[in-house]
Design a protein around this ligand. Structure first.
Ligand SMILES: [Fe+2]
Length: 152
């Protein structure tokens, strides 16, 4: 069983302390396409013996971009879940409410970060990487199901 000692107040204070904006993170920046985006152990591209070093670099970067899409995709359910939790006691503990609303706001920043990162990659990589066509339909019905969301 996982246990913790966090309180809504602690989480809120940490959230306020490390506040950032997507503009601070991405404005004026670009990916360095001369480097791999993922650690070798995560990408596993070095085990693909039929690829040369340049192809392994490209595959690693494609996998990095795929991770951005996957995280953006999976995290779409978090915002409605946080807002639903906030609404359960909207006139109760104000610290709890503010913490959950900040959590939803932080998640919306993550969404924007992923959107901007994948757009930046698409612009700079030189080749468009397609997505599975149904990818944009899944989160809406899954976000309505805690069991589906819990799968992730
Ligand atoms: Fe997130």
């Amino acid at each position: 069983m996982l246990s913790h000692n966090y309180s809504y107040r602690d989480i809120l204070q940490n959230s306020l302390k490390v506040a950032w904006t997507e503009r601070q993170v991405l404005d004026g920046r670009d990916f360095d396409y001369s480097k791999r985006f993922l650690p070798n152990r995560l990408s596993g591209v070095d085990d693909v013996r039929c690829l040369d070093d340049r192809e392994k670099l490209k595959l690693n970067q494609i996998m990095g971009n795929a991770y951005c899409h996957i995280f953006a995709y999976v995290e779409e359910y978090i915002i409605p879940q946080a807002l639903e939790a906030a609404q359960k006691d909207i006139y109760g503990d104000e610290t709890r409410l503010r913490t959950l609303l900040r959590f939803a706001e932080d998640e919306s920043k993550h969404q924007e970060l992923f959107r901007r990162s994948t757009a930046l990659f698409e612009k700079g990589f030189g080749v468009r990487c397609s997505l599975i066509p149904a990818a944009k339909r899944w989160p809406r019905w899954c976000s309505a199901s805690p069991a589906c969301a819990a799968t992730f």
